[in-house]
Design a protein around this ligand. Structure first.
Ligand SMILES: NC(=O)c1ccc[n+]([C@@H]2O[C@H](COP(=O)([O-])OP(=O)(O)OC[C@H]3O[C@@H](n4cnc5c(N)ncnc54)[C@H](OP(=O)(O)O)[C@@H]3O)[C@@H](O)[C@H]2O)c1
Length: 336
């Protein structure tokens, strides 16, 4: 990869595209562990060195998988993990904890599973509504002082929560869902992040695969997480084919003009343009189990979208049917 690294907030520099590790333990279908490890190595070989995991993914086994890479290549990666969701793979999340005692326990468990002594970016995965966010961030700031963590991040916070947290310690990044079909963050939290010098890490930048046109909701496995999401319900997904068509049409137009492009590349390139338009560093973290898709997704870094193509993609979001979460409090939008 030739694209330059990107500086998020608080001086944290990462590769311009990250890698979302969540689906390397089963969440969107089965995983072959040997292939998952090969995919991780391929990401780093290709220059995608900003790796994203969480303690809840696979009940800890996702961090343990990442540990197998870190064991050989710790110095090559910027490692991000998250805490705060409590649960098991079979039960899902059963609680959210942001109290200081839990923060201290969680980091030690993650460090042990990851087999490292420092986490580059430690995110609060979800805000605990029973605990003032400043208390949680104070406890996280102590982890920086102790050398266990280098930078702090927050996932699915509102603009107000981000502002409060930033009074305690600089925040390097907000990680929330953001893509062509999930644009609610642009109203409040993205402008707040831009104003505070905080970077943005869009999760599910491919719409959990939907925007690529490769997801047939009628064939999702019984334990596929997407079954829980209203916009993936069969009727909603049928209506949402319009967004898929808009992304596919832009990819086809670019290809016909001699600039071969895929829907995944178009979806990621749109996010990079949004970062430039809204004035903040944006580093998407697409996930995949397949090494060749990492190479494909990297093509987004050199893709140019015309103003007309951007206009068509911008408009596509207006036609989306179904919310991005069944629980309004689960995402920042529901608490704004
Ligand atoms: N903070 C949070 O609460 C939160 C929530 C969700 C996710 N995340 C993070 O964000 C990361 C990415 O999000 P995500 O995995 O939910 O969604 P995503 O990156 O939008 O989409 C992942 C899906 O897209 C498919 N895919 C990837 N590249 C493709 C390509 N070039 N063409 C066609 N399909 C492609 C993958 O399938 P294959 O595996 O078959 O390639 C996978 O099912 C996660 O791994 C996780 O680290 C964070």
């Amino acid at each position: 990869m030739t694209a330059a690294p990107v500086q998020l907030g608080d001086g944290l520099t990462v590769s311009p595209l990250g890698f979302g590790g969540m689906a390397l333990t089963p969440v969107y279908g089965d995983v072959d562990p040997a292939e998952a490890l090969r995919t991780l190595h391929h990401a780093v070989d290709a220059g995608v060195t900003f790796l994203d995991t969480a303690d809840i993914y696979g009940g800890g086994s996702n961090e343990e998988l990442i540990a197998r890479l870190l064991n050989e290549r710790r110095d090559e990666v910027q490692l991000a993990t998250k805490f705060g969701l409590v649960g098991t793979p079979s039960a899902g999340y059963t609680d959210i904890r942001g109290d200081a005692a839990y923060v201290k326990q969680a980091v030690d468990r993650s460090l042990q599973r990851l087999g490292t002594d420092t986490i580059d970016l430690y995110y609060l995965h979800r805000r605990d509504l029973r605990v003032p966010i400043v208390e949680t961030v104070e406890a996280m700031a102590e982890l920086v002082q102790a050398g266990k963590v280098r930078h702090l991040g927050l996932s699915e916070v509102t603009a107000e929560e981000l502002r409060e947290a930033s009074t305690v310690h600089p925040i390097a990044a907000v990680q929330s869902e953001w893509s062509i079909w999930s644009r609610d963050v642009e109203r409040n939290v993205v402008p707040a992040a831009a104003g505070l010098g905080v970077g943005f890490v869009p999760y599910s930048p491919l719409g959990r695969g939907f925007l690529t046109g490769t997801v047939d909701v009628s064939t999702l496995g019984s334990n596929d997480f997407r079954r829980n999401i209203p916009r993936f319900a069969e009727n909603a997904a049928a209506a949402n084919q319009g967004v898929v068509a808009a992304v596919g049409a832009v990819a086809a137009e670019l290809t016909a003009a001699g600039n071969p492009a895929t829907p995944a590349q178009v979806a990621l390139a749109w996010l990079l343009v949004q970062g430039a338009r809204l004035g903040l560093p944006v580093v998407p973290i697409p996930g995949t189990r397949k090494a060749d898709r990492i190479d494909e997704n990297l093509g987004a870094l050199t893709l140019n979208l015309t103003p007309a193509q951007l206009g068509a993609l911008d408009a596509a979001a207006d036609a989306v049917v179904g919310s991005r979460s069944a629980d309004p409090n689960w995402v920042s939008q529901g608490r704004e």
